[in-house]
Design a protein around this ligand. Structure first.
Ligand code: RNT
Ligand code: ZN
Length: 417
């Protein structure tokens, strides 16, 4: 798209928004202050770099070629994706992305992440971290921290402890908070006779993992629950209620994954419910299709309501926003970039919403006006502001980002055979 046209459209949009009392320049400034954490695992179907990897408890489907095979390829792909997105970024890694180490997963240290630290510094992005409780011979029929076997639990407790130490080290090295998110697949296919037994085992394990206190400036811990998984249809030890109760009691943060609830349950509604009781909330923005399928994030009601509600509840600065999905059936750069750009666009559109006017209508008791304004706001020219933002950030405008992905596939990805 030609530059003059983008600038002209922006000037008009600025006037249109001003009628609603919205300052587009302020929205753009706020947009740059908020980071979106990209999940590294879309690039290689959560395989990581361990040589001993076994079948994963994360279900990734599809067999499109050209997945990144090593750190250099994965980083190159991530840099490509970042270049297509106008937001500020972090990168979310898992412990299975440790490099050049023979150390066992329960014994890892920051040394295995120096490559990521150097890369993050060079690319001016923050890092988030996840212990990996999956794809390992010490998984006991899908159980880790809640396994009835003591030696299994001990192994994974050490993994949880060393992961927090690593995450803290990443935060310190980069001078910004690293979110360390704990998700375990533990659960049962059929109804357990004693749910409390497994949950108490998990509580003991978590208590050990969180024993050590760290400076929250560099390390924030979150717990990610879910409703069910493949093979854990009847019982998941780490359910949302369980983790929320644990988090509130023990002053830990909570992770909300938009694919982990009943299909009509909205995570957007939870922000204001948690705001006064939980210090840190991590978002895993995902898209579940009929089940927790982790499809590429679309610009749909789930996404827009997350961003809009985060803004309305004044929580954009408090939330840690991240993406979590994996589609191995299409070009992985498209999968990443479509989801990230959608999150960016939804964030920008939320920041441009005439929230003050809508809230005033509500406060005056005029719910009809609240509805009318909310709906009119949807037709405001946010795309003109988006194009201007892309232009300013050096991100390809209009459809040209698609050509970039196509060229990258031709010149880089297709050589991976
Ligand atoms: C799984 C959780 C978890 C994983 C990643 C790979 O149900 O959503 O966040 O997707 O840690
Ligand atoms: Zn998740």
């Amino acid at each position: 798209m030609d530059e003059n046209k983008i600038l002209k459209n922006y000037e008009r949009a600025k006037e249109d928004y001003a009628v609603y009392g919205v300052d587009t320049e302020k929205a753009l400034k706020d947009f740059s202050d908020i980071k979106i954490s990209l999940h590294c695992w879309q690039g290689d179907d959560i395989r990581g770099f361990e040589e001993t990897a076994v079948k994963s408890e994360n279900v990734v489907t599809g067999n499109y070629p050209y997945a990144a095979r090593n750190a250099a390829e994965l980083r190159a792909d991530i840099e490509k994706v970042f270049s297509l997105s106008p937001s500020s970024h972090k990168l979310n890694i898992h412990s299975v992305y440790a490099e050049n180490t023979k150390k066992s997963r329960d014994n890892l240290d920051i040394g295995a992440f120096s490559g990521w630290i150097d890369w993050a510094k060079k690319n001016k992005v923050g890092l988030d971290y996840n212990p990996s409780f999956f794809a390992h011979e010490m998984m006991d029929n899908g159980m880790s921290l809640a396994s009835p076997k003591k030696e299994v639990r001990e192994f994974w407790i050490r993994h949880g402890q060393s992961s927090r130490e690593i995450a803290y080290g990443l935060g310190k090295a980069l001078g910004e908070t690293c979110v360390c998110n704990l998700w375990i697949p533990d659960g049962l296919k059929d109804d357990p006779a004693d749910r409390l037994y497994f949950r108490r085992l998990l509580t003991d394990s978590l208590n050990r993992i969180f024993e050590k206190k760290y400076d929250k400036k560099y390390l924030v811990d979150t717990l990610e629950g879910k409703l069910f998984g493949i093979g854990t249809e009847c019982f998941v030890v780490g359910s949302y209620d369980y983790y929320l109760a644990y988090a509130v009691k023990n002053n830990v943060g909570i992770c909300l994954d938009s694919g982990h609830y009943h299909p009509t349950e909205s995570i957007a509604d939870k922000f204001s419910a948690l705001n006064d009781f939980v210090d840190d909330i991590l978002l895993h923005i995902s898209r579940g299709v009929r089940w927790d399928s982790d499809h590429v994030v679309k610009y749909d009601d789930t996404l827009t309501s997350i961003m809009t509600e985060a803004k309305r509840a004044d929580m954009l600065k408090k939330l840690h926003i991240g993406l979590d999905y994996f589609d191995a059936s299409i070009n992985r750069i498209f999968a990443w970039a479509v989801g990230l750009r959608n999150a960016d666009r939804a964030l920008l559109t939320a920041l441009l919403e005439p929230t003050d006017k809508i809230k005033q209508a509500e406060q005056s008791g005029d719910y009809g006006l609240r509805l009318a304004l909310s709906e009119e706001a949807k037709a405001l020219p946010s795309s003109a502001v988006w194009e201007y933002l892309c232009l300013k950030k050096g991100v390809p405008c209009g459809l040209s980002w698609i050509d970039e992905v196509k060229n990258y596939e031709k010149n880089v990805l297709s050589k991976r055979v």
